[in-house]
Structure formats: structure tokens, C-alpha cells
Design a protein around this ligand. Sequence first.
Ligand SMILES: *Cc1c(COP(=O)(O)O)cnc(C)c1O
Length: 356
Amino acid sequence: MHKKLFIPGPVDVREDVLQKMATPQIGHRTKDASALQRRISDKMRRVMFTNNEILLSTSSGSGLMEGAIRSCTRKKAAVFSVGAFGKRWYEMAVGNGVPAELFESPLGQPTTPEMVEEVLSTGAFDLITITHNETSTGIMNPVAAIAEVVKKYPEVVFCLDTVSSMGGTKIDVDALGVDICITSSQKCLGLPPGLAICSFSEKARQAAETVPHRGFYFDLLALYEYIQKKDYQYPSTPSLPHMFALDYQLDCILEEGLENRFARHAEMAKMVREWATRYFECFVDEAYASKTLTTVKNTRGIDVGALNKQLGERGYMISNGYGDLKDKTFRIAHMADTSVEDLKALLETIESVLSL
Ligand SMILES: *Cc1c(COP(=O)(O)O)cnc(C)c1O
């Protein structure tokens, strides 16, 4: 039996989107391939609220995260972390020999504009990484306030991880001044895993030009330049199945309407938080609560594994807490094409399994 996924990626993918993955292949050096990538880029610019170039990567989002920190750090990267995915960015820097420093918030707390100000004002850093929506804890960082601080430092390349939020909530990339905004196919965009997407600003391009060793596959400047020289083609063979599906799914997303889509995610988040407050507690303060997943504090000491097993028998799957938060919390994702009705059915099933 298929389990409906309420885990923070991969998400359930609609049957019509899955079907698009089975589109007959085209040559990746054809006019049709150029047109396909160009259509995707034009539509992604609308979803991301940016005029910057869009780069695709046949990898998961981590590939572009690694590419961003390696391609654009000249002096040193300031990596802000509120959980597992922030820390991953630091590990990528270390693994590539990129100078970086890690600034962690206490578990369950956001990155604050004050922290960013204190770090950037030292003048030691020329790239910053921020996690917009930390999927391990369910925190959505105050990115607008952080962006105001980053804007005071024009030499700093602003990298934002929106892997688990782009397409589920408004991220106005150009208004925030984000230079590299990264997302993956398998979260709020509602596609299977295997494709990553980022925006790439002129500032990021200029920074990359002065970095001598940018690697090869995730050299963001190479991806950018190939698009310019080869009319929207990808340097190696891209996952055309994902591109067919993304081209189609972006039409569906724009047809739903971005504002409607964001409102649906907000409504789902409110519903799960209210439910969590009724029977448990919310792990994250209302002010920093994610719109795309909710982390529930396991105040009843339930056996999360056993709950998930019983949900599985009824066709549902949720996530345990991440890392140290395992069993102390559990996570319910409300992403992509999940409907309010789907979510209601899940919550009622949990109530019935736990006899709440
Ligand atoms: C899932 C996730 C990642 C990792 O993305 P992949 O596509 O699995 O490489 C990074 N950051 C956040 C916030 C995520 O939720």
C-alpha cells in the first residue's frame, strides 16, 4: 500500500506530474532542450520573485549548496546554523578547503539580525549562508530582518537555503537581496528528488570570477556561462525527466496562483499548530514557526516509532524528530500539493491511533 507522505521531503507527487517523467527523451543539445530550460527558468523567476539567472543542477539541493560556498567564497564564509542543514553547509566548506566559521544558535532558536550584524561588522567575511527554513527543527528564520543587515555589507554574497520552503511561502529573492537562493525538487515544489535549482546574481558571478578553484560539476560560474554561450543548455546531460515534470508542475503552480499556494500552506501550518497545541506542545515559538512543517514536542511521551507503524498500516507516514530530537519531537510536513483535507484526515487518524 502506498503511504501518503507527510515527511519533510520527499513529498507525495501527483500522478499527472509523475506521468510527465515518462515523456519520451529529446536530445540535450537541441533547440527543444534550450526551449525547455528557458521555460523553466522564466517560470522559476516568477516563483522566486527574481530577475536573476536561474541555474539547474542534476543533483539534490546539497549539490548547489556545496557549489555556492565553493564557487563564491573569496576570503571567508560566515555560516549561520539553526540545525542540521546549517551545519551541513559548514561541513561542505571544510571538505572543500574553503575558509569558514560556524555560528550556531541554541537548539530551537533562530539566527538573529543581531548575530549577523556582530559577525559581518568584523569585515572578515565576504559570503554568508542562512537557512531560511530549518527542516530538522521546524524553524523559519526572520529572513527579512537578517536581509536588512546583510544589505549594509555590499561585498558579502548572500546565500539562502530555501530547500524546504521555496514554493510554499513567499521568498522575495530580489527584495531581500539574495545572491544565491537554493531549492530542491522534492519538497514544496512537489516533484520527485533529483533536481536542484538556484538563482544566481551578478554579484555572485563577479565573486566567482575571482575564485580560482571552483571544482567542476558544481562550479556555478560554469553553469551560468554555459547558459549564456549555449542558449540555455546544461553543460552535461541533465535529468530531462525532471525537467519535463518541472516545466509542467510550474504551470500548475502558477495556475493555482502563488498567493493561493502560500495561503494554503499558511492555513495548513495554522491547523497543525492548533492541533499540536491542543494535544501536545509546539517545539518552536509562534514567531519563528515554519509554514511548511511543524515540529511537535512529544509531551505525552508517546512511542513515535510505534505511532508511525500504525499510521503506515492506515496509509500515512510522518517523521520522527531529527538527531537529538528523535522521540522528543515528531514532525508533520505540510508541503507542496498536500491539501487541507489530506491533513485533516491525517490528524484524525493520529487522534484515533493514540485514542486522544
Ligand atoms: C532537505 C534539505 C536540504 C538537503 O536537500 P537535498 O535536496 O536533500 O540535498 C537542505 N536544506 C534544507 C533546509 C532541507 O530541508
